[in-house]
Ligand binder design. Sequence first.
Ligand SMILES: Cc1cc2nc3c(=O)[nH]c(=O)nc-3n(C[C@H](O)[C@H](O)[C@H](O)COP(=O)(O)OP(=O)(O)OC[C@H]3O[C@@H](n4cnc5c(N)ncnc54)[C@H](O)[C@@H]3O)c2cc1C
Length: 501
Amino acid sequence: MGLGLPSLFLLPLLLGVLFWIAEAAHPCDVITGGYSNWIGSAINKDVVIVGGGISGLSAMKKLLEEQVTNAVILEAQDYLGGRVKTYRQGSILVEDGAEWIHGGSRNPLYQLANSLGMLTQPLADSAYDWRVKTSTGTQASEAGYNVAEQVFFECEKGSVIQNYYNTAIGQCYKDKFGSFYNNGKTLAGEKSAWLHYLNMFVLRDVGLNDWMKESGRDFDQFTSFGGEDKLNQWSQGYDALTNNLKSSIPQDKIKLSTPVCKIFWESDPNGKALVVTSTKEAYLTDYVLVTASIGHLQERHLQLFDPPLPASYQNNLNRLELGLADKIHLGWSSPWWKALNPKPLDMQVIFKVFDLPTEESWLYGVMEVMGVHQQLNLLQAFVNGDYAQKMENLSDDDVKRHILKFLRRVTGQTVPEPTFFRRSQWGKNVWVRGSYSSYITVSGDQAGLKSRNPLSVPITNSYGNKVIHWAGEHTNGTRYGTVDGALGSGTRAAVRIINDM
Ligand SMILES: Cc1cc2nc3c(=O)[nH]c(=O)nc-3n(C[C@H](O)[C@H](O)[C@H](O)COP(=O)(O)OP(=O)(O)OC[C@H]3O[C@@H](n4cnc5c(N)ncnc54)[C@H](O)[C@@H]3O)c2cc1C
């Protein structure tokens, strides 16, 4: 039978359904049956840690230091570190995830990297070939950049942000931009372009999907170490931290490629929890420490926990959002931008016109293209929120083609085909579903979540046992969205478990 017109109409629908089915398949779908199906084969543990990111590893390290040895980390992916993910190819090193140690020497990671001889200091601003361009390649005014930067810091001041506790932090940026932009040096014709630039700057630096979503109260709870913009790095890659934590953990206490699919926390007659993995292993344990991201928990908690979590906890989970941020890295055998200036490139881009073809519209999320510290033949661009989502849905080839065209247009230079290309897709990662900043939304705040502390409080079952504990960056009340925050949350959860034993 040939393909008639109706069949042609139906084909996209059919493909859509097949695509949806493929999308809907989850590694945990293979797990069926209740507690009684799994208890027979269960291995006994004192503590099961769900997730081998920095919070899970730091928790295990602390447990071992306190002689709690009958514990295991179950990690869904085939590597440790989670959102700390260093990628190497020959002499190239890029960070798909965390890159910087924020806030100078008050950050415990600064101390650790320094003590290991693995700390690099950031380049001074003056070390860069600083360009301020429009998306069509003309010069933009630096005055606009200065306003954006000034506004960004203004809204970090406690005295300012307190006025925005009951609304979104985005309102602060909008208000201050409006009042700061007219100092005589700024160009009226670039005003809306710089407001868009500021918006993208905030999405990237704060880690938001939408600046009108994070509650001002939540924003103000982040505790700065002072100078969060001091961007120190691990000289040999952020995974040096993962390896450092791992080195104190015996190999048999870590299981990779072992997703946790079910946690029965009310079924055991002795009040323990039964943890079942997609690899069909079961663990009977006194404590489960869940370190999965808020993105993963929001998507999977109903399937993961049996019975479902208490309604109050479920409500609180949905009062946060995990922002999406992706990075694109491009490399060349020699840096073409040096034809104009020998320094590493740092180029700000503003959009006076939004004239890109729809398919390329994700590029409106790119506000800076800059050299990668220590990798002088590479350039990096961030893209956030909806723009990142759009970028993730395109093929590698399309993303590469679009950004290359963009670079040629903005710089007006001859930009050869890159010899290296890599982009992250944190939104597509079912074990994370987002990037760095988990934030309490304005509606979440209005619904009653005034701090993230309730998310770290252990869940007690009807036997009176605190069986489910929580860690992960989103549970850290003051350093959420950071690696040091994740590290601290893991140690805190381990101490809580030890104190309860
Ligand atoms: C693009 C990007 C840039 C960043 N930049 C910085 C930066 O410069 N500086 C900074 O300080 N921070 C940065 N961060 C944030 C930082 O990486 C995170 O805050 C931190 O690594 C989170 O650690 P975590 O342990 O809380 O969570 P994760 O790293 O998400 O670890 C959780 C682990 O749990 C696993 N898991 C999830 N579900 C299951 C399951 N059901 N069963 C088993 N395992 C499961 C996951 O695979 C993951 O490995 C960045 C993050 C991203 C994505």
